[in-house]
Write a protein that binds this ligand. Structure first.
Ligand code: GAR
Length: 208
């Protein structure tokens, strides 16, 4: 039985349903190699903050606008991550772009969930409902979700997990988003969090 757990920070901007999936996995014990130690929101009004308050996890807001630019925003974010001893960062609907300066500091230590099968419908400008609207406009019959490591290229890091989801004839961006969340994102993200946390613990054991 492992007593040591990888300290995870979850970065959010909106509803926080993926954060909820991670909190639920932790409660259920399927996420056990890592522990959610901090939640950072880019918006003070994100509903994700209500979810995290209910779970009793420390949370704070760091916004690029209030910080006064990208460098100051990332400095504030880094200070918070260091203060909490964070070893793994999970972007769960986090809508602020992170610079190369930031991503280079955490190689293969930042995960992101994206609501399509990368390389389709990804990169700059593809986020949230826009991804699903684009998939419907293109007429694809299958879409899905991807969990990948984050590097300096938007949605360009190494792919870890993917799951396909059917597009149905009467789908709207909203119905498709919900199905992709239920059938893919909320399953893949906790799986990836456990997988990567277990790998980090394993490497720590090998080097001690
Ligand atoms: C999710 O569908 C997530 O995949 C997407 O935003 C939504 C956030 O929902 N992320 C992106 O589009 C990033 N490119 P949530 O706040 O309820 O987890």
């Amino acid at each position: 039985m492992l007593t040591n757990r990888v300290k995870i920070a979850v970065l959010v901007s909106g509803g926080g349903t993926n954060l909820q999936a991670l909190l639920d996995a932790q409660r259920a014990g399927t996420l056990h190699s890592g522990t959610i130690s901090l939640v950072v929101s880019s918006s003070p009004t994100a509903y994700a903050l209500t979810r995290v308050a209910e779970a009793g996890v420390p949370a704070l807001t760091v916004s690029r606008r209030d910080s006064g630019g990208q460098a100051a925003f990332e400095a504030q974010l880094t200070a918070a991550l260091e203060e909490y001893g964070i070893e793994l960062i999970i972007l769960a609907g986090f809508m602020s772009i992170l610079s190369r300066d930031f991503t280079d500091r955490y190689p293969e230590r930042i995960l992101n969930v994206h609501p399509s099968l990368i390389p389709a419908f990804c990169g700059k400008g593809f986020y949230g409902l826009r991804v699903h609207a684009s998939a419907l406009a293109r007429g694809v019959k299958v879409t899905g979700a991807t969990v990948h490591f984050v590097n300096e290229i938007p949605d360009g890091g190494r792919i870890l997990l993917q799951k396909a989801v059917d597009v149905l004839p009467d789908d709207t961006p909203e119905t498709l988003q919900r199905r992709v969340m239920e059938q893919a994102e909320w399953i893949l993200l906790p799986q990836a969090a456990e997988l990567v946390s277990a790998n980090i613990l394993q490497k720590e054991t090998e080097t001690t």
